[in-house]
Design a protein around this ligand. Structure first.
Ligand SMILES: Nc1ncnc2c1ncn2[C@@H]1O[C@H](COP(=O)(O)OP(=O)(O)OP(=O)(O)O)[C@@H](O)[C@H]1O
Ligand SMILES: [Mg+2]
Length: 251
């Protein structure tokens, strides 16, 4: 099958077109475009302060764009009512930087939390089975009654990933999934992300500045620079670029 034919068959699950967002005189996003295809791992890199989090906030409806359109699973989010947006959010899993588990809740309670908030999508009778499946997926079935403080940093990240997956989202957003972890634990988390992607055919947008992580996990990459999608391509294409602005990302 030719490359073009292959591309044409892929379905976008996320489409951002001409996104503009600024704060007063500060133009953060200035005509940014992004497409995430079904089943792919798209890595996005951008300097600190370049607008990655602003983009994510626009994407999940926490911030309103100044201009541009955002489609999630075929829905133009500007046309959705609040409850419709809430429902759509159950299709998007988040892994926040630094895990962000609830310190005063056990692992079980942390995982049950999203389920209780979305009783519409999930029958609460199945909670136990879903919690166990999520813990099996991240290889930590025996932590169910522990508190976050009793877990190592790597284990906390795994539990956070289990929580992001528990609503069985079609899209996962990872914000710096390996930051703060040692190289071996980082590799384990990356392997886990790959395993999960294969098992559930999820589509992932991965924000990272970890070049090793990008090399291992990306099917495609996008570089955010000066408010736009400055460059896109495979890891090999971008990392061998002679453009000094692109080369700077791979140092
Ligand atoms: N609510 C806000 N009000 C005013 N300015 C904001 C707001 N949110 C973000 N900004 C500004 O927008 C710019 C982009 O911020 P953003 O948090 O998206 O950066 P980032 O790319 O996620 O950086 P990092 O890698 O450090 O997380 C920054 O200059 C920030 O100060
Ligand atoms: Mg950020």
């Amino acid at each position: 099958m030719g490359e073009l034919q292959h591309k044409a068959r892929k379905k976008p699950v996320l489409q951002i077109k001409n996104l503009h967002k600024g704060f007063g005189d500060l133009e953060v996003l200035n005509g940014f475009n992004l497409t995430l295809f079904e089943g792919e791992n798209l890595v996005m890199m951008g300097k600190s302060g370049s607008g990655k989090s602003v983009m994510i906030k626009c994407l999940v409806g926490l911030m309103e764009p100044d201009q541009g359109s955002i489609e999630v699973l075929g829905n133009d989010i500007s046309t959705l009512a609040r409850h419709e947006m809430d429902e759509l959010r159950t299709e998007i899993g988040f892994l926040f930087q630094g895990s962000a588990l609830y310190d005063s809740m056990t692992v079980r309670e942390n995982l049950e939390f999203p389920l209780r908030r979305h009783t519409k999508k999930f029958d609460l009778k199945n909670t136990d089975a879903l919690v166990h499946e999520a813990l099996e997926n991240v290889g930590l079935p025996n932590t169910i009654n522990l508190m976050p403080a009793e877990l190592s940093g790597g284990m906390q990240r795994r539990i956070a990933l289990a929580r992001a997956l528990i609503l069985q989202p079609k899209i996962i957003l990872y914000d710096e999934p390996t930051t703060g972890l040692d190289p071996i634990t980082s590799k384990e988390i990356i392997e886990l992300m790959k395993t999960i992607q294969k098992k559930y055919n999820t589509s992932s947008l991965i924000i990272t500045h970890d070049v090793d992580c990008a090399r291992v996990i990306s099917n495609r990459m996008i570089l955010l620079l000066d408010g736009i999608n400055y460059a896109e391509g495979t890891f090999e294409e971008l990392s061998s670029s002679k453009d000094p602005k692109i080369m700077a990302f791979f140092k």
